[in-house]
Ligand binder design. Sequence first.
Ligand code: HAX
Length: 441
Amino acid sequence: MGVLKDRFKAKADEAAVEIKDILKEHGNKVIGEVQLSQVYQGMRGITGLVSETSLLDAQEGIRFRGYSIPELQEKLPKAPGGSEPLPEGLFYLMLIGELPTEQDVTDITSLWQRRSHVPGHVFDVIDAFPISAHPMTMFVAGVMALQTESNFAQRYSEGINKKDYWDPIFDDSMDLIARLPRIAAYIYRRKYKNNKHIQPNGLLDWSGNLAHMLGYSSESFKELMRLYMTIHADHEGGNVSAHTTHLVGSALSDPFLSFAAGMNGLAGPLHGLANQEVVKWIFEMQENLQTQTPSKEQIEQYVKDTLASGKVVPGYGHAVLRKTDPRFTAQMEFGKKHMPEDPLVQTVWNVYETVPPILQGLGKVKNPWPNVDAHSGALLVHYGFVEYEFYTVLFGVSRALGVLTNLIWSRAMAMPIERPKSVTTELVKGWLKGEEQIWGE
Ligand code: HAX
């Protein structure tokens, strides 16, 4: 781990000096204004966080340290014979801020291989759940069980100097990322494959090994996992899973506690659970209409019925994006390359042609375009991976890369405990009448 850690420390020290200077000179500059509606409506659009790993543009979509998804697909190292980026490379890019060499990526693969041992009590905790428990519940519990291994918690209890916090946070984050594929695969095989587990393969990359342990060992499924783990890794700092991990980490909760908290947020249907909801919604439509290949007219009616019953159309809309999500497009390209004739994938494409004008017609939906979750499930179903309740766990394994890199950066930058101000409606009413002051005015 030495080389990677040293490289990170050098970058972090440089950044810390730069940020100190920026704040010294410009700390009083006003960065924006806050409207009352934003205070009541999810703080949408308020700039209030720093996250170095990626930046989301409403029109263009996500860039990781300045690189778009097609650029990552071109520039990041691949597995031998593969054409999708290895997420190890994205992790390096997010952590260090520079594109990795092939050797850097190989080093991370072996680092994670070496740190991937999951202690037995984690499996015991997962085994204690009824088989009917949702995979995300077992996933979060598995992560919590791993917390007994936290270097940071141990070092803090021994009295670590605050300038060294980042070091065990780094170690914990690497351990956690290395172990997540095993935990995820264990849950999958326990719940859906009669507890028949597959031992890890020490020669495979992180995503290839996940595919192998899940029981899907074709090269094209491994490629899908590499793409999937790359594109789901990070979406700047304000989304629920990233923000929660950051918030909880700001209390100096260790990476296991912080990541578990973030994953509880990812498990919500307006966030990561949307990937299961999309496939569930399409399966229900097929069953309802008694056809595997609904026509565009049938889809249109089904969308209208969904809306009329007071539900959202899963996989569509976004709090920041205002265009088709490039993560959707990357998956569509994968579908065109590997499974253009697949009926479910084609249905996803027909839904893509049908939904946006209907949502636009409602007049209130700010983004009628598909997000990342609109496509991912159909690609998995193509390989026989039909257990849609598991899909958010895959998202969670990937999301660890971004949120834990951010946690390492946050501790290295000595970011303080997060504590925004809240107000009551009583206070707001007084303020509107000019009788009260909103604190900080
Ligand atoms: N279907 C129906 N109505 C929708 C909608 C959709 N897909 N997207 C937004 N709306 C509605 C909202 O519910 C809201 O209605 P009300 O005013 O009646 O409450 C109105 O349009 C305005 O919402 P918005 O400002 O456009 O969207 P928000 O920023 O509030 O919410 C969401 C963004 C992603 C939560 C929203 O678009 C949604 O619920 N989409 C469906 C669920 C989904 O796909 N979630 C995954 C998002 C990506 C992600 O995080 N992945 O992990």
